[in-house]
Design a protein around this ligand. Structure first.
Ligand SMILES: [Zn+2]
Length: 185
């Protein structure tokens, strides 16, 4: 008998669509065969291992960004901040991290993603913005060390063209388009 045990892979994938798919671990006790299946279609163990290998490449590819986020987060930890692990990312909040975010832009920002780290004002804010920031994580996984220069380049171009360098930025537009709908009170 096949005994499916469904679980969600805890780290993000390179596309937000794949990220949301659930993996099922299926075992055939008679043949002692283990394989993994996706809800939509089947994925062999090799497919899964390839997925993990790609994941390692993506984490490495954007690690300089994650390092910057971790250093800012570490200063946060030394100044009363906290850290938690959510969806394959280190989330830092409080302490220096909150004060740093409050000084960004004209009126401060709620959160900011740097590779596989997310800096947030506080735990509640992170819960609200997580799905948006996770889209940025997939963008970092695609662009790696090029993400920040390309993002800022887009913003500079938009600013020179007299447009909104945040809302009109294609990276933000994708994040707002693909983030989970927020629950309206
Ligand atoms: Zn954003």
């Amino acid at each position: 008998m096949l005994k499916p045990v469904t679980f969600t892979v805890g780290f993000g994938d390179f596309s937000s669509k794949i990220r949301q798919q659930r993996y099922s671990l299926v075992t055939n006790s008679r043949w002692k065969l283990w394989f993994l299946s996706l809800d939509a279609g089947k994925l062999s163990i090799w497919g899964f291992l390839l997925n993990v290998l790609l994941k390692v490449i993506f984490y490495t590819w954007t690690s300089p960004n994650s390092l910057i986020g971790s250093l800012l987060g570490l200063i946060g930890l030394l100044t009363g901040g906290r850290v938690q692990v959510r969806e394959g990312c280190l989330e830092f909040f409080g302490g220096f991290v909150s004060r740093f975010l409050e000084r960004l832009g004209t009126q401060g920002v709620a959160a900011m993603t740097l590779g596989h780290t997310i800096l947030g004002q506080d735990r509640e804010t992170l819960d609200i913005v997580r799905s948006h920031e996770q889209i940025h994580v997939t963008q970092y996984e695609k662009w790696g060390v090029l993400f920040i220069p390309v993002y800022l380049g887009c913003s500079a171009y938009l600013w020179l063209a007299g447009k909104d360098c945040y809302r009109d930025n294609p990276f933000e537009q994708q994040a707002y388009r693909e983030e989970a709908p927020r629950i309206k009170n």
